[in-house]
Design a protein around this ligand. Sequence first.
Ligand code: AGP
Length: 602
Amino acid sequence: MCGIVGYIGNKDSLSVLLEGLRRLEYRGYDSSGVALLEKGNIRIVKTPGKIKDLDSLLRKEKISQSVIGIAHTRWATHGAPTKLNAHPHTDCRNNFSIVHNGIIENFASLKKELVKQGHKFISETDTEVVAHLIEKYYKGDLKKAFLQALARLKGSFAIVLLSKKHPDRLLFARQGSPLIVGVGKNENFLASDVPAILSHTNRVIYVKDAQAGEIRKNKVSLFDIKGRPQPVKIEKVLWDLESAQKSGYAHFMLKEIHEQPQVLKHLSCAGIKFDKKLISILKNTKQIFIVACGTAYHSGMVGKYAIEEMTKIPVAVDLSSEFRYRSPIIDNQSVLIAISQSGETADTLAAVREAKNKDAKIISICNAVGSSLVRESDFVLYTHAGPEIGVASTKAYTAQLMVLYLLALNIAKVKKTLPKSVISRYANILCDTHNQARTILKNSTRHISEIAGRHHNFGSFLFLGRNVNYPSALEGALKLKEISYIPAEGYAAGEMKHGPIALIDEYRAVVCIATESKIYEKMISNIQEIEARKGKIVIIATYGNADIKRHSKEVIFIPKVEELFSPILVALPLQLFAYYVAAKRGCDIDQPRNLAKSVTVE
Ligand code: AGP
């Protein structure tokens, strides 16, 4: 939610900031703006719309060269996406300019207080109070005023401050929303995420919660919220800019779909080093809890099947937003696995904190190094999928599945819940998954795009799966609805007769996952029930199943794989199908309406 960029150095700050905003646009894209120090004054330019709208507005304005500035791309929370509500915001005299990601929960009472004291507000945002608070407290010491203002804030934030009174520095703070410092030579950067600064430097500092700091051209300092100095730890980003670019693909989503074989290969064959202590804790636990949101929740559901089947440890899977409010029975003997691509999802972090309060051990499965989730966990299993820019999660999902399978297998090995021969067979299956994924992408992409061409005008979709592919059906429906805006529902096929069958007629498209499995025949019965009611069926089946064509001419084949591991392969055609349906409908695939890549508010 919202992307922040800040720059100080010798370069033209406007082009650095705009480039950074373009790379962060996945975080929010309803309005944007920049504030630059121009001839001793703060110049603010902002507009509703996308970064390209800001870019064309800036081209019309005459802006002098500036070497310090801040910028923001917004995903609206308080106030509509208008020019006035766009960031940066400023105080009454335009001395202090602010960009902010997060929510200031007590902004209404602060605003009331400040208005009483004579401050003039022009936006409906929560952010504007921060600029006025700094104005209120400023008596010549910027750091002191900044810290005094921060002390008044409740909620989550990453904030960057530009002041015309101190043209040699940018101040920043983080509480709950991500922020990094990019360390350059004679220049330094601030950003919500690494891609914004990666063309300039790969040396970053992951700012921690309750940490603030200051960047100057040649200096970075960190301090706590009381102003006491804190150590600076610079880390090297291991991926390059290429990973954060489209590299010839029409969309990030398509590129990320095609990166899956490589990600799966890295995880399964190069292997993850599982901490012995982590495995021993899991081996001895009586109950595992999994919490996650959206796509990550679907991977958690598959994880339940895998862990229970291989290790015989009971697993409860919860949506993070539900877990935190349902008084879960959890204690110091419990283990909670939190799954999140971004590591910044507010609900998942809140669920983790709930479990930590009850002394449970926290394991995170995460893609983002240095994220809040990683920092709050006792153990981290990285998905190593590289940056995922498309709002629709694809490679992070299959990477999460792979990590969960490998984790289950490693517990089973130590717990001896599977014979050695089965363990090595499963390990081989996982190690071969990337080849099978590559086969699907190579053989089926065109065919899937043709099927999508025949189905993109349907008004609604049903996705049906059973057993371990029930979560796949949920994921297929989520992918389709979020990028094509077609209402789509995922259902356990066995539940069809308990309601959804009422929806079936010749206008309803139904995607059925009928790969080889122990419940294949049951799935075929469901398919026949849909046929009888003239539903338009698309089937995902296993190569070699000649019989399946009797039920529909729209069949997507995937390679034969043991049922337990099939969700990884099933995910690929579902992702491609959603992608091509959305493409045929002319949707904004990487930046679907109303969504943002990381949901850092409740
Ligand atoms: C997936 O395509 C979504 N955009 C969304 O459901 C996402 O998976 C969810 O918001 C969780 O995000 P996280 O993995 O960063 O926690």
